[in-house]
Design a protein around this ligand. Sequence first.
Ligand SMILES: CC(C)(COP(=O)(O)OP(=O)(O)OC[C@H]1O[C@@H](n2cnc3c(N)ncnc32)[C@H](O)[C@@H]1OP(=O)(O)O)[C@@H](O)C(=O)NCCC(=O)NCCS
Length: 122
Amino acid sequence: MKSLQYYINMQKTEGFSPYVVVLKEIGEVVGVCGFNPPDHGCDAELMYHFKRAHWGNGYATEAAGACVNYATQLESINVLGASIDPENTSSENVLSKLGFYSVGEKWCEQTGQNEPYYKKEI
Ligand SMILES: CC(C)(COP(=O)(O)OP(=O)(O)OC[C@H]1O[C@@H](n2cnc3c(N)ncnc32)[C@H](O)[C@@H]1OP(=O)(O)O)[C@@H](O)C(=O)NCCC(=O)NCCS
């Protein structure tokens, strides 16, 4: 509940936050996609996680692309960052398809490992 309130406040104050992705045809939440707070020299971090049963349908690329387009409308975002699980090549593919480029690694507190880090100027 605390983190939900945190993200609701973030949307109100910053104009961006994580969002749920709903498959319209069946009304099911299939994943989340949106923005985490700024870190590592970027203005916001692109994030996406989808239920495994819905991988391989292009949903991540479509949702993340829509978020990048939305970010271009916000004056506060000029640089987007994104980190990925190094084991997950699909995740890296999503970023390449959206024009992100590699800028090294970032320590991730949640996973306890260094993760590849990407950026995109918008
Ligand atoms: C990252 C993650 C969302 C990627 O899921 P995904 O299903 O592989 O990614 P997409 O939805 O973009 O789909 C990719 C594939 O769908 C295929 N596809 C099938 N139908 C499609 C369609 N109609 N349109 C577009 N692509 C389609 C594409 O060919 C593509 O394969 P390719 O990348 O080899 O070209 C998923 O692995 C995940 O949730 N991982 C855990 C969390 C994570 O790593 N998050 C990232 C950091 S925050």
